[in-house]
Ligand binder design. Sequence first.
Ligand code: SAH
Ligand code: TRP
Length: 312
Amino acid sequence: MTGTPIGDDIVAGLEASPKWLPSKYFYDGRGSALFERITRLPEYYLTRAETAILESNAESVVARCRPEELVELGSGSSRKTRLLLEAMHRSGAGSRYVALDVSDDALRAAEEALLADYAWLEFAGVVGDFHTDLAAIPRRGPRLVAFLGSTIGNLDPAERATFFPQVRDALQRGDAFLLGLDLVKDVGVLEEAYDDAAGITAEFNRNILAVLNRELDADFPIDAFDHVAVFDKVSSWIEMRLRATRDMVVTLPPLDLRVTLLAGEEIRTEISCKFTREQIEAELVSAGLGVEGWMTDGEQRFAIALAMPVGP
Ligand code: SAH
Ligand code: TRP
């Protein structure tokens, strides 16, 4: 998994009320593999919708900004990215791909799969955090930054207000930012996407406890947690939680932490915000990014925004 030290954020989350855990700890090798299974679930329409949008629009996106390099944040398996890389290759634009992810397992698997198929690709994998590490990636020419998979939805409004200006700062005139967003829709459809019948999302959610048990020698009784996914209409986000089914005391020795959970108590593990065009345009514009393109799937479930820097 990642080389990032685990620690302070976990203490803060488990001592808070209500309790929460930082979602980046989902993605060890098993977590990344479970997420890949989520992307193929019948209920999880997001990946299919976003893929369809890229199939129809990758060519025109590349024609618009003619990137020398594609920088992808939270790249995961890089599977959808292939549509962009192939469009870059076909158009004779650049062939450099920088993939940034917290999961070195995911990066290694993506690198191997991509290089097996694309001999022309210049691949650079960066193990890092997209909240802090984008500025450290050197710009080698006209650049397309991609943030796909509705991962933006996993940032709360305050985090987005810090993140978008950092993206703006990583871009120059003529560069572009490609942002995949899940749109507000029927609550039943949203909640099922995060609570599938086969229980894969539940397994993914509980995996965060397995990561803490292994990395921090913690003793969460993983089977004693239920998966919960509810849409909060006011905040417009899906909230994923783990609900303790009995009273328990959990210890995390390296953090010198003892945590008491009562039966029914929940730990928040993830949010996934659902957007309207107006909402996200306003946020991008206030970060100095003008929306130059808005692409959706046929059913208007998902959108990809193409934004470009405006102003000086
Ligand atoms: N973009 C892919 C993967 C989405 S899942 C897709 O659309 O299918 C989210 C990805 O972001 C995972 O690969 C996870 O490891 C990564 N990730 C989560 N938090 C991160 C962070 N803070 N910094 C960098 N990568 C992160
Ligand atoms: N960003 C995606 C989403 O919000 C992927 C994701 C993150 C996810 N955590 C998840 C998907 C938990 C399912 C369950 O949908």
